[in-house]
Design a protein around this ligand. Structure first.
Ligand code: WT7
Length: 629
């Protein structure tokens, strides 16, 4: 068997040793690597399930990302931005610093103060990072909404967060098309409750007259001191799908979050002064927050930011970007890798990728076959591949190999070990530790600095979602196996959350959207395995009696795209006369999944009306949708 390892010649056993002792003291030492205006009085206040790190300390993440670099690396590129059309633009640490201060002053002039919420609805352009850091500089709380979300999703998030300012752009560019962001924003503003001002980055001609042009920042002073904020003050809200109809606002703090991402970025990516780092995540998701918008700058790194599709105008675009910018560290998703591999597994060989030295994966399980291809072909057998497991809620990585810290053997398909200071386990149904090599539920047994503060406006839901399945332990909702060497194998979600191209989509959210259609009586949404995107979405609906199903598929697709966004577009929609249910009335989604995937149908004794299954099977057969996935 081939042996893979993280071996980059780094070895700092003191970190793991330190962490295995007093892990609170351990994080205390990590936090000292950052700048604090005033030191904390208490390293961790653990009032389960609420963790507050570095209590009493004041700091500012924008100060740590910008001010501290001005004496030595002001001219170093912070962001090398590339557009889909091939144009690029470099923003130095010095320029970023001035832009952030001007933008902070603009926000201030619009009345934004510490604690106020600002919604950011922007494409992958440097202004999205500038906006976030400008908020952070004032102590305002940003809430970034992914630019693929609909007007309704945007409005819901603006309203739920109580944002008073919206920052958007006229358009985004993707796959050769124009994404009309301002139009969507305008639509969303119709149902907005509190937005007082909208700032717009203008990339084309024409701007609604009541909006503030982004260029207004140039009329503002380029000096705006970073506001000292409490370590425990909120930095951002990021909405993510859960198992109920409404997305949850994950609230992150300042000092703990900053310490977590600063530590993990260095340990995982072995970041050196000369590295060029490229992460393909959109800033609208948590990977983009932690490892595109913040951590690289905390570490003084240079990053490549790309606005566009990884396979546009052709599937070699990704390799082209890596070659052109001499990228040394590349962080992407299994979906992107599967797509590129499927298209032409050897295409990368026509490019000079000799600058690469470390590869990362995130967002969903990576199959060993793809892992090995990533390692052998893209990394030319020279670059360690790290599979990093974490969540919106965890703020930063919790499981990953750490080539910047230590040399360990890698096993394709395993995330390897929890990071230092994190105590994890795999439990069985009853909360007992599962034996090695047995599937169970992943839990975290101690608080960590990047841990969310709470769910915005819903403490009870925070307790219920993460801390009630196994009392005293954090429950992320994932299945896992821990092998005899302690390595973690992540096996996907244990709840009703789908991972479609690494994006998180709750089935309940889709179902509540479907039943909002006046003709729909009930609905069931299931995830089915998809070779490229991990999972695909299949929808079943029962219409109200007497309703005509003509054209319903396209209507239902439309309602999903308009209420949630294109990310949630289903792969198939089936109108069925009845859904299989238990006698107590619960929809048997697993049965539907078995039918679609052609798996053996299990025990049917709890089923209310066994005939329902035949009806569904007949409909699937008619459209050729059974067993063909
Ligand atoms: C869920 C969190 C991690 C930031 C991006 C996604 C799945 C994430 C992995 C991985 C297997 C993974 C889990 C997790 N997941 N990384 N390396 N291997 N599964 O953040 O949208 O909050 O989703 O993504 O199921 O719970 P998110």
């Amino acid at each position: 068997m081939e042996v893979y390892s993280t071996n980059l010649g780094r070895s700092d056993p003191s970190i793991r040793e330190g962490a295995s002792g007093d892990n609170v003291q351990f994080w205390d030492e990590q936090a000292r690597l950052l700048h604090w205006f005033t030191p904390w009085k208490e390293t961790l206040r653990w009032n389960p399930p609420f963790a507050r790190w570095f209590v009493g300390g004041t700091t500012n993440i924008s100060y740590n990302a910008l001010d501290i670099h001005q004496d030595d690396i002001a001219d170093k590129p912070a962001i090398i931005w590339e557009g889909e059309d091939g144009t690029s633009q470099t923003v130095s640490y010095g320029t970023l610093y001035l832009q952030v201060q001007k933008t902070a002053n603009l926000l201030k002039s619009l009345g934004v103060r510490k604690g106020d919420r600002v919604t950011i609805y922007l494409p992958m352009i440097p202004e999205i990072i500038v906006s976030m850091m400008a908020c952070a500089r004032l102590g305002a709380v940003h809430t970034v909404v992914f630019s693929g979300f609909s007007a309704k999703s945007l409005a819901d998030r603006m309203n739920d967060s109580g944002s008073t300012v919206l920052i958007t752009a006229d358009v985004g560019y993707r796959r050769g098309r124009i994404i009309p962001l301002a139009q969507t924003a305008q639509e969303a503003l119709k149902s907005s409750l509190k937005i007082r001002h909208t700032i717009m980055v203008q990339r084309q001609d024409g701007i609604p007259s009541t909006w503030v042009p982004w260029t207004e920042i140039n009329n503002k002073s380029d000096k705006c001191a970073a506001e000292p904020v409490e370590s425990t003050d909120p930095l951002f809200i990021l909405y993510t799908s859960g198992t109920t109809g409404r997305p949850k606002g994950v609230l992150h703090g300042t000092g703990g979050y900053m310490t977590h991402i600063h530590s993990t970025f260095r340990w995982a990516f072995d970041i050196q002064d000369t590295d060029i780092y490229h992460c393909t995540a959109d800033v609208g998701w948590v990977t983009g927050h932690s490892y595109v918008a913040y951590a690289p700058f905390l570490c003084g790194a240079t990053e490549v930011m790309y606005e566009g599709a990884p396979d546009h105008p052709n599937p070699s675009r990704t390799w082209q970007i890596l070659e052109k910018h001499k990228v040394s560290i590349f962080y992407t998703t299994p979906t992107a890798l599967r797509m590129l591999m499927r298209h032409n597994a050897m295409a990368a060989k026509s490019y000079n990728l000799s600058s690469l030295r470390l590869l990362g994966s995130v967002g969903e399980p990576i199959n060993p076959e793809v892992w090995v291809w990533y390692h052998d072909v893209i990394g030319d057998g020279r670059c360690p591949v790290i599979d990093t497991w974490w969540q919106t809620e965890t703020g930063g990585m919790l499981i990953s190999a750490l080539p910047g810290l230590e040399s360990i053997p890698l096993k394709p398909g395993s995330g390897t070990l929890p990071i230092p200071g994190i105590d994890m386990a795999v439990l069985d149904e009853n909360g007992k530790t599962a034996p090695p090599d047995t599937k169970g539920y992943l839990v975290v047994r101690n608080p960590w600095p990047g841990m969310m503060l709470t769910l915005w406006g819903d403490e009870q839901k925070y307790r219920d979602t993460y801390w009630s399945r196994f009392p005293d332990y954090y429950y992320p909702g994932d299945y896992a196996i821990q092998d005899k060497d302690g390595y973690m194998w992540l096996l996907g979600r244990a709840d009703d959350i789908l991972k479609v191209s690494g994006h998180r989509i709750g089935t309940a959210e889709l179902e509540s959207c479907l039943v909002s259609h006046k003709k729909v009586a009930e609905s069931a949404v299931i995830g089915v395995p998809d070779e490229i995107r991990g999972e695909g979405i299949v929808v079943f609906v029962v219409l109200r009696s007497g309703m005509d199903g003509m054209g319903m598929e396209s209507e239902l697709e439309k309602i999903i795209v308009s209420q949630i966004g294109t990310v949630a577009r289903p792969d198939a929609i089936h109108i069925v006369p009845i859904l299989p249910k238990t006698r107590s009335g619960k929809i048997m989604r697993r049965l539907l999944k078995s039918l679609v995937t052609g798996k053996q149908i299990g025990d049917l004794t709890t089923m209310e009306e066994p005939g329902a299954l035949d009806e569904v099977r007949r409909i699937l057969q008619d459209c050729g949708c059974d067993e063909s996935w």
